[in-house]
Design a protein around this ligand. Sequence first.
Ligand code: ZN
Length: 198
Amino acid sequence: MQYLSGTVETAITELSKLPGIGRKTAQRLVFYMMKIPRREVDDLAAALVALKDKVRTCSQCFNLTDSDPCLICANAGRERSLLCVVEEANDVLALEKTGEFRGLYHVLGGVLSPLDGIGPDDLRIRDLMLRLQGGVSEVILATNPNTEGEATAIYLSNLIKPLGIKITRIARGLPVGGDLEFTDEVTLSRALSGRVAW
Ligand code: ZN
């Protein structure tokens, strides 16, 4: 039985495909959008389309950016000998919010996960090893403190150790099984400053 307009139904279906958005929330969003001015809906639609048109990955750190290199890599004030390895671009966002870290990042693009068929070649590990040839003195392994994140950190640590580069791991204060993205800034900031040698 179809009570709704097909157009409304389509919008609800599309929105409920988004992570964390159930059908109920999608419905609420659609009805909200019917009430706001046309211009605001245009702005939202344009912002979403621009994500696909304008955003790319930085050729150096693989962070998401409008310009290449990204603003962090292009910033002459950043410590270039300090490299923080994270899983995804949203981890960069979380760590930048702490204001604690003054080095550069390397976004792996995921974690090792044999069960999902994700091996070293599926991540930007080769690019990481190339970057380590150029004056990096410390690598901070900031993968998530869960099973895959930990396994990835161990794998990287074994690769990097022979290079004689200092390896540290953010740890203290982070809940085991947690997610960097959802960790509050104070905890994340402490985890970063209290990083331990590996
Ligand atoms: Zn970059």
